[in-house]
Design a protein around this ligand. Structure first.
Ligand code: SF4
Length: 614
């Protein structure tokens, strides 16, 4: 059986040079694929100090070895780059069909270098690649862009593109494919800085597997397991549109810029209320869950608003930060973000921050062009989204994200900026789910909910052991969640699908796809996750990050949480130093948070030693 390591397409936008190469077997063995390849190539090719919006930064798009096959929920894809929002390692995960289409074109990695003088897009086929003018679509929203590319290249085309927000270099612009987004960290901003509007792939179904017979037998087994799994059936019915029922009940729904953990009258936001406006569902390639629930507003000032979503994070982003219970406004806001190509989490969090600045008198009506940013009012929030995307008025400032707004505004506004490493915090209150909070603190990308999702705290998952969600001593759980997420993102498995009862097949599927037997060993997969996380850490250390960047915002560490009727009133995250000491020790890092020599050698990352001061 021949080993199948996957192919790379390298496109240099400055020179127009295009080349294809194979991934060396040593890299495939150590990093498997997907995010593993992302961190390896980013580490090797992005020098310390590279300007995230300069010509030398790169956008790396990655499909995993399982994408485009009959296996279910394994065709998600990833964008890696150096983040213009944080300056740290960036990875953002997306759904829809694009990952499968990369595999149909026999590609697992697309590395985009340089910058075009004039707006352009890349068109890829299984045996070709052209850089073409984007004159007709520059300025268009993501829906119009994708429709135009389909009209040019036919229905067998799938696209990853940016909207006006990426063109305007909003620091948290997203890459959009269909109506799914690689939202976090400003990956769309980096595309915009390269004058790159889109990557379009035209291809038809083709399989590239080392052992297709074994693979397809395993995939059939997976299909059989999933179809009757309760967690799958629940996800198929609701997607994430009812998660707010749980997070409000237990007091971890961040409200008014992370001051409360429960929203007044939160029942008005219940999943059952969104259900009344549901008109359909959408999904990713080869996933029967179709968890993207489509909503249409049928009356009121947002009549006609229509969105594939909002999903939980976006439901929160457009309700909790400004304490609005208007679900129609959240649907409209979600639609606008997808059209403009904005990360909903950073957008909603930054708007909630602006509302608090307004409340505290640090900005006023003359700054906001007359908008009154008063909690409960959703109209100004919807208006701000357009201003941010197009950098109009105060939107030009808010487009920089909470960390930079605070630095520019000064006036003590930094205490209201709810981010870690510059990445805005998402929809789980750290004071009521502390392992989740410490994942935000230590994740390579900053405050990402899904970099090491603490299902133990949030849903009471008992694996590898249960947690008390107010306990700050679970460094082992945070590491377990982060490493297992990393190895799952080699596939690339959807984060939801890991709990559908087929985890024991993952390694076997990887082994049959690649022809590398050691992937069958779960302990080896955990080692790869650890290797990836350590290399990401080394990437960040080389860029100047360290222990000082592993803390949650002051508000979370010093201001007691108010939970209204839920458990957890008065909680703070008060033991960060003890937690970090323990976490670093378990990771094999120094007190400063630098991977030590022994650890790097164990993980076959010896070459990194020369780059970081241990
Ligand atoms: S569960 Fe939802 S997000 Fe995950 S692959 Fe399926 S449709 Fe996509």
């Amino acid at each position: 059986m021949e080993v199948n390591t996957g192919k790379i397409l390298r496109v240099n936008l400055s020179t127009g040079k295009v080349s294809r190469e194979s991934v060396p077997e040593s890299i495939a063995t150590d990093f498997i694929g997907g995010r593993g390849y992302g961190v390896k190539y980013l580490y090797d090719e992005i020098a310390p100090g590279t300007d995230p919006l300069g010509e030398k930064n790169k956008v790396i798009m990655l499909a995993g070895p399982l994408a485009g096959t009959m296996a279910q929920a394994v065709s998600r894809w990833i964008v890696c780059t150096r983040s213009p929002l944080t300056g740290a390692f960036a990875r953002s995960v997306c759904g829809a069909d694009f990952g499968a289409w990369m595999r149909f074109a026999d590609l697992e990695v697309i590395i985009i270098e340089g910058k075009t003088e004039k707006p352009a897009y890349i068109h890829i086929t299984p045996d070709g690649c052209e850089i073409l003018s984007a004159k007709e679509i520059w300025g268009k929203d993501t829906k119009e862009t994708q429709a135009w590319l389909n009209s040019q290249h036919g229905k067998n085309t799938r696209t990853a593109c940016i909207g006006p927000a990426g063109e305007k270099l909003v620091k948290y612009a997203a890459v959009v494919s269909d109506r799914r987004t690689a939202g976090r960290c400003g990956t769309g901003t980096v595309m915009g800085s390269k004058n790159l509007k889109a990557v379009a792939i035209t291809a038809t179904r083709a399989l590239h597997l080392a052992d297709p017979d074994t693979y397809n037998t395993l995939a059939r087994e997976q299909v059989n397991i999933i179809k009757d799994n309760d967690a799958f059936l629940n996800h198929k019915e609701w997607g994430t549109t009812s998660t707010q029922d749980i997070t409000n009940t237990i007091g971890i729904y961040p409200v008014r810029n992370f001051r409360y953990g429960q929203q007044v009258d939160y029942q008005k936001l219940a999943g059952a209320e969104y259900r009344k406006l549901r008109v359909g569902d959408m999904g990713c390639y080869s996933c029967p869950a179709r968890c993207g629930k489509v909503h249409t507003v049928t009356s009121g000032i947002y009549k006609g608003a229509h969105s594939e979503g909002p999903e939980y994070e976006s439901i929160w982003a457009f309700t909790g930060p400004i304490e609005s219970n208007n679900i129609e406004a959240s649907i409209r806001a979600d639609q606008l973000c997808d059209d403009y190509g904005l990360d909903t989490i950073s957008t909603g969090n930054t708007i909630g921050f602006a509302y608090e600045l307004y409340e505290k008198g640090l900005i006023n009506k003359s700054d906001t062009s007359g908008l009154e940013l008063i909690y409960g009012r959703h109209e100004p929030m919807v208006a701000l989204i357009k201003k941010i995307a197009l950098r109009e008025g105060i939107g030009d400032l808010l487009a920089e994200g909470t960390m930079r707004v605070a630095a520019k505004l000064d006036k003590g506004s930094d205490v209201y900026a709810m981010n870690v490493k510059g990445l805005e915090m998402p929809a789980y209150e750290p004071r009521g789910a502390k392992s989740q909070g410490y994942n935000y603190a230590t994740a390579s990308v900053g405050a990402s909910h899904c970099y090491g999702y603490a299902a133990q705290d949030i849903f009471g998952a008992p694996f590898p052991h249960p947690t008390d969600r107010f306990d700050e001593g679970n460094a082992d759980i945070v590491i377990f969640n982060q490493n297992s997420t990393a190895s799952n993102e080699c596939g690339v498995i959807c984060a939801f699908a890991g709990g559908w009862g087929w985890a024991q097949l993952y390694g076997k599927l990887l082994a049959a796809a690649r022809g590398i037997d050691k992937f069958k060993d779960d302990a080896y997969l955990a080692e790869v996750g650890d290797r990836m996380f350590n290399l990401e850490r080394a990437f960040n250390i080389r860029q100047g990050f360290g222990r000082k960047d592993d803390y949650l915002p002051d508000r979370i560490r010093t201001e007691p949480l108010h939970t209204r009727e839920a458990k957890g009133e008065g909680q703070i995250v008060g033991h960060s130093d003890e937690f970090l000491d323990k976490y670093y020790e378990l990771r094999g890092w120094t007190k400063d948070g630098v991977p030590n020599e022994k650890k790097l050698k164990e993980l076959r990352l010896d070459s990194v030693l020369k780059d970081i001061k241990v």
